[in-house]
Design a protein around this ligand. Sequence first.
Ligand code: NAI
Ligand code: 15L
Length: 265
Amino acid sequence: PLLGRILLTGAAGGLGRELRPRLRRRCALLRVSDIAAMQAAGPGEEVVEAPLENRAAVDALLQGMDAVVHLGGISTEQPFDAILQANIVGAYNLYEAARRHGVKRIVFASSNHVTGFYRQDEVIDATMPVRPDGYYGLSKAFGENLARFYFDRYGIETACLRIGSSFPEPKDRRMLATWLSYDDLERLVVACLTAPVVGHSIVYGMSDNTTTWWDNTPARHLGFRPRDSSESFRAAKEAAQPTLDRSDPAVIYQGGAFVRMGPFE
Ligand code: NAI
Ligand code: 15L
């Protein structure tokens, strides 16, 4: 197998369930982890339940791994205390464990919500300042900065994937710009695991969509070439949403409805 011993966190989630069989085919060993129930271990797999906020449990997860695909954590906007544990404390536990066990490469599922307060009429790239659109986006920005520190200080490489919207198909007009097909997600993750040099990189996870808000030129060294496009869904999505309220923050900003969630108290 091309890939060695890989840890996949968030294995019970939407993207984890998609990536699990796709990674297993290419790995010497795939260790999958989550707090939610997972399918039993198949050949070449280990299944380990672990809460990301539990330092000892996460330390044990990294033992003997060559690389990590870190999808685990809260994936939507939520009150701060939940995000703090799963995404911020959890990411810290993961990087500390990587350092202790000599794991040298991590693919981190960041999010477009790190830059969700840029406007939909702007095209940005990953060298521009972050503009998180909530606690969730803030936690992903923390993860990206944590990754940068662990690269500068300890040489642990990370590819931060600012994933747009990875679902079977775009759900609305916004997702014509943000959609990442599952096949392109696989291409992206495999590119990040196999690129000779990753350093600390940030790449937007999107298919080859006609409408786009993100320029991935700064991440060309990763060798990711999307092959799918949201364009074939355009007519149906426009028919379902023929008019858009241009005064709605969810229509003005890239983060969509995330930008108007909360406050929670
Ligand atoms: P998901 O919510 O379906 O999966 C996340 C998994 O993490 C769940 O199975 C959950 O049980 C697990 N988890 C949550 N808290 C945990 C904790 N404290 N300890 C251990 N495991 C915990 O999300 P999805 O869609 O699969 O996304 C995967 C990753 O990609 C997430 O980090 C998400 O933020 C990120 N992402 C996903 C996007 C998408 O379009 N699907 C877009 C942008 C980012
Ligand atoms: C995300 O970060 C979420 O995890 C996902 O559920 C989608 O809502 C996506 O962003 C999006 O922006 O469409």
